[in-house]
Design a protein around this ligand. Structure first.
Ligand SMILES: C[S@@+](CC[C@H](N)C(=O)[O-])C[C@H]1O[C@@H](n2cnc3c(N)ncnc32)[C@H](O)[C@@H]1O
Length: 222
């Protein structure tokens, strides 16, 4: 099955250095499904909707009879407890809103204080807020990419406690302002926060300033 541009970009960013890769909020499991054959990690599928998980289980049993390579979990991601060991986990959370992603990350980290966790996040909107929350949680940046898919832009953020590079609220590595789609996305953010500043200047002027500074080429990395 062919992945859309957003999911295939995420899949390409997953390296083969994990013991467990979690396709969180997996829905039909397209992403995890695409990862099973290419990685040595065990692939976990998590969703809160039982009929989706039951159907996915039947499909996986048919296609991948070696069930040690995958596992399905019908559960609320907020309650997930990772196996306590030295194992390395990558949790991918894509296709849900930024506020929900912030809540998931906070809960996962507090429920699993000793686990070795990295996150691959692709929020629907509120990227700035997600990035601020990751910074507040003490996470750093491994990699990030900007994706254009079906008329919408998405940011994919690969973050973890062991990453050396700091996360920037308006993004850093993902920008290539020599490319028109990147310039368009930057303009889109500036226009969005210009409107937001009119109603709540105290909340949004700093964000607007960060994007404007990026446009003027004076990126300030503190
Ligand atoms: C739009 S789909 C995203 C599918 C896929 N990750 C993607 O990026 O295309 C959102 C999925 O999140 C699941 N979901 C929402 N809240 C959840 C929660 N608290 N725990 C686990 N799954 C949840 C929904 O059931 C739904 O299948």
């Amino acid at each position: 099955m062919k992945l859309n541009n957003r999911l295939s970009t995420i899949a390409d960013m997953v390296s083969d250095r994990y013991d467990h890769v979690w396709d969180c909020c997996c829905d039909h499991g397209f992403l995890g499904h695409a990862l099973i054959s290419g990685l040595s990690a065990k692939i976990h599928f998590v969703d809160v909707v039982k009929p989706l998980i039951d159907q996915l289980q039947l499909q996986l049993e048919k296609q991948f009879p070696r069930s040690e390579n995958w596992q399905v979990h019908c559960t609320d991601l907020r309650t997930i407890i990772l196996p306590a060991s030295e194992a390395k986990h990558l949790l991918i959370i894509a296709g849900v809103g930024g506020d929900l992603i912030i809540e998931f990350v906070q809960k996962i980290l507090s429920n699993n204080p000793n686990a070795n966790i990295e996150f691959m996040l692709c929020p629907v909107r509120h990227n700035f807020k997600v990035r601020q929350a990751l910074i507040d949680q003490g996470l750093g940046l491994f990699n990030e990419k900007l994706v254009f898919d079906k008329g919408l832009y998405y940011e994919v953020i690969h973050a973890g406690r062991e990453a050396k590079q700091s996360i920037e609220t308006m993004g850093s590595l993902m920008w290539d302002l020599s490319q028109q789609p990147h310039r368009d996305y930057l303009e889109q953010n500036i226009a969005h926060y210009q409107r937001a500043v009119r109603s709540k200047p105290e909340e949004f002027s700093e964000i607007l300033y960060a994007y404007q500074k990026l446009k003027s080429g004076i990126v300030c990395i503190d």
